[in-house]
Design a protein. Structure first.
Length: 120
């Protein structure tokens, strides 16, 4: 599959504010934060969209959530609350085609997570 900006971050070809790393995933602060806390958790394996997740990725995808919760606990906002979201394709606003969890926290988060402007 094609190279994305996130594969370059994994390979340290471009810089990122990395906050967590293990064998399977990487987490770094979003360059354009939408909340006081906004970081991304990405698998080291390149998977373009949710539609491309295969049965063999079952554990890997679960691992992303476990990593998100681990970071939330370490950073002290787990009990207060946070949102984890993954966009899929254009209508959901996906811009980087390497799956990633958005983790948002640090303020009350509205629901639903879109404005009328973006509604389809
Ligand atoms: P998407 O819109 O695909 O769900 O989310 C992509 C996210 O990646 C956006 O929130 C965007 O701000 C973030 N992003 C895009 N390029 C970079 C980058 O080079 N570095 C970092 N840290 N975040 C990025």
């Amino acid at each position: 599959m094609s190279e994305t900006i996130f594969s370059k971050i994994i390979k340290r070809e471009i810089p990122a504010d990395i906050i967590y790393e293990d064998e399977f995933c990487l987490a770094f602060n979003d360059i354009n934060p939408q909340a006081p806390v906004h970081f991304l958790v990405i698998p080291k394996k390149s998977i373009a969209t949710i539609n491309d997740i295969e049965e063999q990725d079952r554990e890997l995808v679960g691992h992303l959530y476990i990593a998100a919760a681990k970071i939330a606990k370490e950073k002290g906002f787990a009990d207060d609350g946070y949102r984890v979201v993954m966009n899929c394709n254009e209508s959901a606003g996906q811009t980087v085609f390497h799956i990633h969890l958005h983790v948002l926290a640090g303020k009350p988060l509205g629901w639903p997570p879109y404005t009328d402007k973006l509604k389809v």
